[in-house]
Design a protein around this ligand. Structure first.
Ligand SMILES: Cc1cc2nc3c(=O)[nH]c(=O)nc-3n(C[C@H](O)[C@H](O)[C@H](O)COP(=O)(O)OP(=O)(O)OC[C@H]3O[C@@H](n4cnc5c(N)ncnc54)[C@H](O)[C@@H]3O)c2cc1C
Length: 396
C-alpha cells in the first residue's frame, strides 16, 4: 500500500512512521518547506504537557497522557533531550483559587501523576522567586526538543524505505477510483490513501480535496520575550498562570527550554497571514478568506475586548513585563529581550467557538487533521496511533 502524508511537522512525521509500522505501507511525506519542523513544530514553547487542563474523556486528555509516555520512551530510545523540570500553575488572587482547585481536580481525573496543591509558602520551595496565593504543582511536566524529535522521525521513515520530500508544495489533488492523485512540487504522485497534517495550510489543502468542512483555521500568533543573562536564574522550571477557561490558550508563562533559555510568552494575537510571524507579514487574499468566515466574525464580536488587550500587549513591552512580574516580581524591563514567535493553527467553528479538542475528518481516501493545536506536539505519537486506528477498518 502507498500512503502520502502532507506536512513534515511532528504530527505528519509521526503519522508517516506509524503507518509504515502498522500497515507496512510505503510512505511519502510532502512538505513545501526546505526543512522539517519549519512551522508550529519548530516555533513553540517546547513543553511536554502532562495533561492537566483537558476535559476528562476528550481526545486531548487521552492522547496527551498516552503521548507523554510514548514521547518519553522515544526520547530515551534515541538519546534525545527530555527533562522533567516540573510545572507550577499559580493563582495570584483569591478569585483564581477556585479555578485552580478545578484544575487540580481535572488533573487527577486525567491521572496526571504527582499533582500537589501548594500554599504561598510551599510554592516558593519549588520556585524561590515566584509569588502567588496558591499553586498546583505537576512535577513530571517536562521539556523536550520537538524539532530534534521531528528530525529523528524523518530518519526512521527513511530507514524504513519511505521518503520525506522537502520543497514539495502540494498544489492540487483529486480522488479517483484507484487512489488519490497529488501534484506536489515538480512531481505527480498516486497514493492509496492520503493523510493531511498541514497545520496552518489545512484549509488550503482541504479546499483542494473538495472538503472545506465546517471549521476554518484562524492563525493566532504567539509572541515571546527571552530572559537575558542572570535573569534566567529566577526561573527553575515552568511557571504558568491560571488559564482563562474561555480560551484554549494558556496565558503568558515562563518556560525554561532545553537549551537553557527561558521564554516569556506566548500571547495570542490574530495573525494577518497564515504564516504571519510578524505584523509585517500580511496575506490579503488569505486574510479576506479568514474574515469572510462567519465563525471569525462571531469570534471577533464575542472576544474583541481580549483581542484589543492582546494587540496592546504585542505593541508594548511593559504589558508583557507586567504579565511576567505578576508571577516573578524581580524581573525588570532590561531582563526581557524580544525573540522569535510562532503561529498557532486554531480551528474555529461557524458559531464562532474555538474548537477545543483535536479533530480528524475522514473523507473517502483522504484523512484530514482539522485541529491539532497544543498539546499536539506532546501528543503526536499518540495522535498517529489514533489516526491509524480510526482508518484501519477503512483500509482492511
Ligand atoms: C506559540 C506556540 C506554542 C506552543 N507550545 C506548545 C507546547 O509547549 N507543547 C506542545 O505540545 N505544543 C505546543 N504548541 C502546539 C504544537 O506546536 C503544534 O500542535 C504541533 O507542532 C502541530 O504539529 P503539526 O505537524 O500538525 O503542524 P506543523 O508543525 O505546523 O506542520 C505542518 C506542516 O505542513 C506543511 N504544509 C502546509 N501546507 C502545505 C502544502 N500545501 N504542501 C506541503 N506542505 C504543507 C508546513 O510547511 C508544515 O511543515 C505550540 C504552538 C505554538 C504556535
Amino acid at each position: 500500500m502507498k500512503v502520502g502524508v502532507v506536512g513534515a511537522g511532528i504530527v505528519g512525521l509521526a503519522v508517516a512512521r506509524e503507518v509504515t509500522r502498522a500497515w507496512g505501507a510505503t510512505v511519502t511525506v510532502l512538505d513545501k518547506e526546505d526543512h522539517v519542523a519549519a512551522h508550529q513544530t519548530g516555533h513553540n514553547s517546547g513543553v511536554v504537557h502532562a495533561g492537566i487542563y483537558y476535559r476528562p474523556g476528550s481526545l486531548k486528555a487521552r492522547l496527551c497522557r498516552q503521548g507523554v509516555a510514548l514521547l518519553r520512551e522515544y526520547c530515551a530510545e534515541h538519546r534525545l533531550p527530555y527533562e522533567e523540570v516540573g510545572k507550577l500553575v499559580v493563582a495570584s488572587t483569591l478569585a483564581e483559587r477556585a479555578e485552580l482547585r478545578r484544575i487540580a481536580e481535572r488533573a487527577r481525573a486525567n491521572e496526571v501523576p504527582g499533582i500537589a496543591e501548594l500554599d504561598a509558602l510551599a510554592l516558593r520551595e519549588i520556585e524561590p522567586h515566584a509569588v502567588g496565593v496558591a499553586a498546583v504543582h505537576s512535577p513530571h511536566t517536562a521539556i523536550a526538543d520537538f524539532p530534534a524529535v521531528a528530525r529523528r522521525l524523518a530518519e526512521d521513515i527513511a530507514e524504513a524505505g519511505g521518503s520525506v520530500l522537502l520543497s514539495h508544495p502540494v498544489r492540487a489533488l483529486r480522488e479517483t477510483a484507484g487512489g488519490v492523485e497529488v501534484l506536489a512540487g515538480p512531481g505527480r504522485f498516486t497514493f492509496d490513501r492520503l493523510v493531511v497534517c498541514a497545520g496552518l495550510g489545512t484549509d488550503t489543502v482541504a479546499r483542494m480535496a473538495g472538503v472545506p468542512g465546517e471549521v476554518r483555521i484562524v492563525p493566532f500568533r504567539g509572541e515571546y520575550y527571552a530572559l537575558a543573562g542572570p535573569a534566567r536564574d529566577l526561573v527553575r522550571g515552568l511557571i504558568y498562570p491560571v488559564p482563562d477557561p474561555r480560551y484554549p490558550f494558556l496565558g503568558v508563562h515562563l518556560t525554561r527550554r532545553i537549551d537553557g533559555e527561558v521564554l516569556v510568552g506566548p500571547n495570542a494575537v490574530m495573525a494577518l497571514a497564515p504564516e504571519g510571524y510578524s505584523w509585517g507579514d500580511v496575506d490579503l487574499a488569505g486574510l479576506r478568506r479568514v474574515l469572510a468566515w462567519e465563525g471569525t466574525r462571531r469570534l471577533a464580536a464575542r472576544h474583541w475586548r481580549t483581542g484589543v488587550r492582546e494587540v496592546f500587549g504585542s505593541a508594548f513591552k511593559r504589558s508583557f513585563l507586567a504579565a511576567a512580574r505578576r508571577y516573578v516580581p524581580a524581573l525588570t524591563a532590561a531582563d526581557l529581550v524580544r525573540t522569535r514567535g510562532g503561529v498557532r493553527a486554531q480551528a474555529v467553528a461557524r458559531d464562532g467557538s474555538m474548537v477545543d479538542d483535536f479533530a480528524v475528518d475522514v473523507q473517502g481516501r483522504v484523512v484530514l487533521v482539522r485541529n491539532a493545536p497544543s498539546p499536539a506536539a506532546t501528543s503526536s505519537l499518540a495522535i498517529a496511533r489514533h489516526i491509524v486506528e480510526i482508518t484501519s477498518t477503512l483500509t482492511s
